[in-house]
Design a protein around this ligand. Structure first.
Ligand code: ZN
Length: 324
């Protein structure tokens, strides 16, 4: 008998969904609007409809679908199957999403933090295939993360494990959006890199980036990468700091988790080797030299599909462990 899993990646704007088999082969995939402004009931209906469509488009039999996995922004609770109050899903307050979708579809459903689901996707079917211990940093507007230790997703007692953006890399340093001074996110996220560059410019430092600020444009991470490659000293400082603090966090995670692989994902990996080479170089400078065993630092491979593939993988894992 065939065994299939539906993956749903719940975002503020769109719901990405698809059907995958036990080997993580994608059988169908598409995206529909979340319509969060229409209220929680509409969002639940859209997710349910997306799950049914994922099955229908793949031509699969409903009875061959073992489970549905949903990746949701936090705060959420896997244990309670609850979406608590995510900033990018206004109105989705204390919604028992897992049970509602399970009831509507008649298929067992599991709910997971979206960053954890993406990390699980890379572990199951991407850059982490074949290893048991993996740490993933997702570098976007913020810095997210996920940790798989000895083949198991780390959630922790309060279900906030793997929030790697809030590792302190510079205690007393720049204040993060979470309130802590010196978080990784305050240096290595696209948002804070741009703010840092703007602050330097406001202090009167020369930079080619001034042209963008002068035009009233929002400074973006790619502007900083381009200017840095072109030799702009201010952009080089911001970029190098972002990579340096990522390396600091990699050393920390090496000693906590001792992973075989550290995977970099998210929009910022578009910078390619300009990102990876620099992180590796700083890591080699910073890490201990007591042993020869170091984690490999590399890029994620699933791209935009990691969310729903990972969510489907969470359902695959729930089926094996009984932890829905
Ligand atoms: Zn923080």
């Amino acid at each position: 008998m065939a065994a299939y899993f539906v993956g749903v990646d719940l975002g503020g704007t769109n719901i990405k969904a698809g059907l995958v088999d036990e080997q993580a082969n994608v059988k169908s995939k598409f995206s529909v609007p979340t319509e969060v402004e229409q209220g929680p009931d509409r969002v639940v209906r859209n997710i349910t409809a997306a799950a049914e469509r994922a099955i229908a488009e793949a031509g699969a039999n409903h009875k061959d679908v073992v489970g549905i996995g949903i990746g949701s922004p936090g705060p959420m609770s896997h244990r309670q199957g609850l979406v608590i109050n995510p900033g990018n899903l206004p109105g989705m307050k204390n919604v028992p999403l897992r049970d509602q979708v399970a009831k509507a579809t008649g298929i067992r459903t599991t709910l997971e933090n979206d960053a954890n689901a993406a990390a699980w996707g890379e572990f199951w079917a991407g850059a982490g295939k074949g290893v048991q211990d993996l740490v993933m940093f997702t570098l976007g507007t913020g810095v997210g993360g996920g940790v798989i230790s000895e083949g198991k997703l780390l959630r922790g007692y309060f279900e906030n494990g793997g929030e790697l953006g809030h590792i302190l890399v510079d205690p007393g340093g720049r204040r993060c959006s979470c309130g802590q001074p010196g978080c990784l996110e305050a240096y290595s996220s696209a948002y804070f890199m741009a703010r840092r560059a703007e602050e330097f410019i406001a202090e009167g430092r020369p930079s080619s980036l001034k042209a963008h600020v002068g035009l009233g444009e929002m400074l973006m991470a790619e502007h900083i990468v381009d200017a840095s490659k072109a030799g702009d000293a201010l952009a080089q400082q911001v970029w190098d700091e972002a990579c340096y603090y990522l390396a600091v966090a990699c050393v920390t995670m090496q000693h906590v988790v001792n992973p075989q692989r550290v995977v970099m994902a998210g929009g910022m990996i578009a910078a390619g080797d300009y990102l990876l080479d620099r992180i590796r170089r700083h890591f080699e400078e910073l890490t201990w030299k007591l042993l020869d065993d170091y984690p490999k630092i590399l890029f994620a491979t699933l791209g935009n599909d990691a969310g729903f593939i990972g969510a489907a993988g969470c359902a695959w894992q729930a089926d094996r462990t009984g932890d829905w």
